[in-house]
Design a protein around this ligand. Sequence first.
Ligand code: SF4
Length: 344
Amino acid sequence: MSNKVKRHLIIPIFIPHQGCPHRCIFCQQKTITNLSERLLTPDDIRNTIELAIKSKHLLDKKPREVAFYGGTFTSLPTASMTKMLGAVLPFIERGIIQTIRLSTRPDSLGEDKLDILGSFGVSTVELGVQSMDNRVLLLSNRGHTSLDTINAVRILKKRGFKVGIQLMPGLPGDSKELFMDTIDKVIDLKPAMARLYPTLVIKGTKLAQLYKQGTYNPMGLKDTVDLCKEACIKLENSGIPVIRIGLMSSPSLLKKGEIIAGPWHPSLGFLVRSAIHLERVRPYLSTLGEAKNIILHAPKEEIPLIMGHKRSGIRHIETITGATIKDIIPDDSVPSGEVAFKVL
Ligand code: SF4
């Protein structure tokens, strides 16, 4: 099954913490988004879109979508929602923007709010689900339960919205087993897509206090890559593409001392994708026998995944095969997800 997601242009508009009923213990949107928490005006939104579409390179991409991230969009007052969505509408009418997506909480989807989303052309709603374990949700001060998520997905689908689910492995009280149980429950909900944001300890959060008190231990990077790999394989084998793994690097997030602890890596998604790919090609390598030196052949676009971060993939293959890889040849006659080799 191909899990490739069609690339399109997303113009993100961040609304840090706007509409949030309280602060979840891990969350610091100001650091993540590099923006203050002031309420955006329609002019801010228009300017962001104008700036994005000025680039000819971006205008080549289609469909183009405006995305409101970083807060609880559907908990904003109705007038604010209408103003923000109304600022995008002229771009939709002129054919510059095709759709809108936004993120929100599973317990903030009143019928009146959904009417507004529908009338302004919102196509996708991403839910900050984080976990399907009620104890994990409670310990993170989420303020909703897994039942809220089940109901939210049902109501959104009934109204014809595409649903995305955002998950956070490694929250307080979570474990590998509990997270994979969350994955099974998410698969049952059949969302259109998922994102994985492994938990980081960010300065100024309640989680940072718990970490300093020694009552919270974040996951290590290797365990995080392994867990995200398992989760991705399961989700994507069930037809649910994982469209993002790990937080985006923003200047404020990367400022020294902002990430206090946790499995931060600027290319976490690549580490996970490379680990998945190496697992896929492993059966082809098991036929190598006693070969000492080999040349690998692989589809051109999959070579970076085989090489891995700082050649870690090469080292991994050499360890499991006992052979030295002398070269990797781009070869699109090799089927996707496979490797061929020549023994020297
Ligand atoms: S996780 Fe979501 S709901 Fe919680 S504070 Fe952050 S933006 Fe608001």
